[in-house]
Design a protein around this ligand. Structure first.
Ligand code: 5MM
Length: 334
């Protein structure tokens, strides 16, 4: 277990964080299409290569979350992505959930699948070079109706079972209960749901005796819903997010990473900067290291430039590195 703790802590090296490049085939197809790029397996490989092949990413990235197919693919340097990342000191991991399905007792809510053959898949991913794993649960807010306690409980049980299996397999688990930005809720409501979600999660993790020291929490920030018409000040986001974490997250976990959740790259950077600033100002009271694990907020600007064209790769990579530099500065305060 000691090795897992050391690996989990290594993600929080000064100014570094995690790139979430684990879009499923469905999400990658939709995302590429939204930038006018028609998706295929080869185009998805080039999409990964755009980011992983950018020179200097190791200054900013401690880890990359891959989709399983990417573990078996090679970059334009003809090396396996997982090996070339590891050679640059960037730890490769893999998304191991199998996406969501409607929760039978509350069909407007989603439950994450993938426990059935998880031990076998974990063993295979480990052989293929994965050092850590990630499982995402999706939590929808709808007024005071959703999330239901039953859906929160079921998702928490599955996150806990996944975390336990991942630790048994010798792979650091990243637990991602993603409280969605979709909706017209207030920031206060989002904070209350983040708290309810995390309280449920950590109580179930304890029931299932999951080792706390080697888990990483990947959480949403406390933000007003995207159709609420409200734009939160970064300081407000920071205050509510830190308060929710302090109330619900045990001090022993290895660290907390944030998802961007559909915020613009600038919002995700500014909010993270305010969160980390507040954390530094409250030195001694915030027990865990904090950093980013963004997908959209890191990749969006580069995708706009790339358009799936080889001739745009250099400029797209420059935009990616510029955003990485800003997000890294947000974490380190430099
Ligand atoms: C990259 O998207 C990940 C996989 O999502 P799907 O299962 O829907 O394809 C997702 O888990 C991602 O790691 C997180 O949502 C963080 O990404 P954002 O864009 O919210 O930072």
């Amino acid at each position: 277990m000691t090795d897992l703790v050391a690996i989990a802590r290594s993600f929080f090296a000064h100014g570094k964080g995690i790139l979430a490049a684990d879009e499923s085939v469905h999400t990658a197809t939709t995302r590429l299409a939204s930038y006018g790029i028609s998706a295929s397996a080869e185009m998805r490989r080039q999409y990964r290569d755009l980011f992983f092949g950018a020179e200097g990413i190791e200054q900013y990235l401690s880890g990359v979350i891959l989709f399983p197919e990417t573990l078996l693919e090679k970059g334009s340097d003809k090396k396996l992505f997982s090996r070339s990342l590891a050679a640059r000191g960037i730890v490769p991991g893999v998304k191991v959930d199998l996406g969501t399905e409607p929760f039978p007792s509350s069909p407007d809510e989603l439950i994450t699948q993938g426990l059935f053959d998880l031990p076998e898949r974990l063993a295979a991913y480990k052989k293929q070079g994965a050092i850590f794993t990630k499982w995402r649960a999706v939590i929808r807010i709808d007024g005071d109706q959703l999330p239901s306690a039953q859906a929160l409980h079921e998702n928490a049980k599955r996150l806990a079972s996944y975390a336990k299996e991942s630790q048994i397999a010798g792979l650091v688990p990243i637990l991602e209960p993603d409280v969605l930005l979709e909706g017209n809720h207030s920031r206060t409501r989002a904070r209350a749901v983040v708290e309810e979600t995390l309280e449920m999660l950590f109580s179930v993790l304890d029931e299932q005796s999951v080792d706390r020291a080697s888990i990483i929490l990947k959480t949403a920030m406390a933000l007003s819903g995207e159709s609420s018409g409200k734009k939160d000040a970064p300081e407000e986001v920071a205050e509510d997010t830190i308060a929710a974490l302090l109330k619900c997250v045990p001090r022993q976990i290895a660290g907390v990473v944030f998802l961007s959740g559909g915020q613009t790259p600038n919002q995700a950077t500014d909010n993270l900067s305010a969160i980390c600033r507040l954390s530094r100002a409250q030195e001694g009271t915030i027990p865990w290291p904090l950093t980013f694990s963004y997908s959209r907020a890191l990749q969006e600007e580069a995708l706009t430039i790339w358009k799936g064209e080889e001739e745009n790769v250099v400029d797209a990579r420059a935009a990616f590195l510029a955003r990485l530099s800003k997000v890294s500065s947000a974490v380190s305060g430099t």
